[in-house]
Design a protein around this ligand. Structure first.
Ligand SMILES: [Fe+2]
Length: 267
């Protein structure tokens, strides 16, 4: 059985440190048959990774990894705030060179919601509502195959000492339904990001209620991503992620090759 990890950063991202060729060897040993690599393409001027994307260097790294063997290589990008920066981002890559494009929301205006500051300065609920309003803009805007780590604002909340056991499907039911229905209509896959399981918030992004709602609405395109940046948490939480998807009623999950979704059994 070949499993997939669709969110893995290589040393081509300024905030990550493992070469793709090493990740492919580690993946083969860990039963990860396919690795969906992503490089940060961030055009928000305040972002740590801003200006760090070099397509030629990144794709050369992935070509080298493919030749070295191990896990199969899937070429992807993680575009930050595509609803704001897609026009600039598309000038920086050649779409035909990629298997998938992931869209991610890290910034609400000038507030970095993975950090504690916004949650120390403002009420949490309006920030969360704004996070989901902007998420709706991302999925309406299209151009992405996967929506990354929905609900990752919990990382900032946990850092600010706030409880993260909120249920956005109850707080903002209409908004969440709109986002998930738009994704289903547009063929955008929902990523189950397992990186929060190794952080103090101890949760996936999105959480179980969101996954269940997506399933109830008829969504079946799901991917799992560990958001690996460093060797100590390589491929963390993939099995747990598959168990959670099964618990929510999903019969499979998938990956993208040449921008097409491919369905796989969970176990
Ligand atoms: Fe991200």
């Amino acid at each position: 059985m070949q499993h997939n990890d669709m969110h893995v950063h290589t040393s081509s991202s300024p905030d990550a440190e493992i070469p793709a060729s090493r990740l492919c060897l580690l993946g083969a040993g860990a039963g990860v048959g396919r690795i969906g690599f992503v490089a940060h393409l961030d055009l928000h001027p305040g972002d740590f990774c801003h200006g760090g994307f070099r397509e030629e260097e990144y794709l050369a790294e992935l070509d080298l990894a493919e030749k070295a063997g191990g896990s199969s290589v899937l070429r992807g990008l993680e575009i930050g705030e595509p609803h704001r920066f897609m026009a600039g981002a598309v000038k920086m890559f050649s779409p035909e060179g990629y298997d998938f494009i992931t869209g991610a929301l890290h910034w609400l205006g000038d507030r970095m919601i993975l950090e504690e500051k916004p949650f120390l300065c403002e009420e949490a609920l309006p920030l969360i509502e704004e996070y989901y309003r902007q998420t709706l803009s991302i999925v309406r805007g299209g151009g992405v195959d996967i929506l990354a780590h929905m609900g990752i604002f919990r990382r900032g909340m946990a850092r600010a000492g706030l409880p993260v056991d909120i249920d956005e499907t109850l707080l903002f039911p209409g908004l969440l339904s709109d986002i998930l229905s738009t994704m289903i209509e547009g063929g955008i896959a929902l990523e189950l990001n397992t990186s929060g399981l190794r952080r103090p918030e101890r949760t996936t992004y999105p959480t179980l209620p969101v996954l269940k709602l997506y399933h109830e609405l008829g969504g079946h395109r799901v991917t799992i991503g560990s958001d690996t940046h460093r060797e100590e948490h390589v491929f963390f939480g993939l099995e747990k992620g598959r168990d959670l998807l099964e618990l929510c009623g999903f019969r499979g999950y998938g990956y993208f090759r040449l921008r097409e979704y491919v369905h796989c059994p969970l176990h």
